[in-house]
Design a protein. Sequence first.
Length: 153
Amino acid sequence: MNWLGIVLIIILGLVALLLEFLVLPGGVVGIIGALFVGAGIVISYFEYGAVGGSITLAGTLIAVVIIMILIFRNKSWRKVMLHENVTGKMNEIDMDKLQEGMSGIAVSRLAPAGKGKFGTEVEEVHSAHGFIDVGQEIIISKIEGNKIIVKLK
């Protein structure tokens, strides 16, 4: 294999690693990229000996350092960062409206979590004993923090 093929293999690997960090998290693309970079370096050792392989390794490391410096300098990270604050709240229970022993109806299937309606309040509830179908009557058996546990009436 000539030097152009080795360089292309390494560049493909570096592009895959960049995609892993910036666009496609999950590990698969990153592993493929690392394998491509490693394969390019190993092939250069076999094709061009210790000196050629070492030059390829040094060049790859320098390229990685330059890429990282460029990414941090031109603030590419800010383009992929989350800038919004999460303002959603998880199941805030109004203890004046909901109490243990209160009866209601399942408005979605509880498998084992779903929605239950108690008076005018619709809340996320968890079944104490398996699945509960839509429309069945339920009773609040206990409230643990912001988790409402129900059972069939």
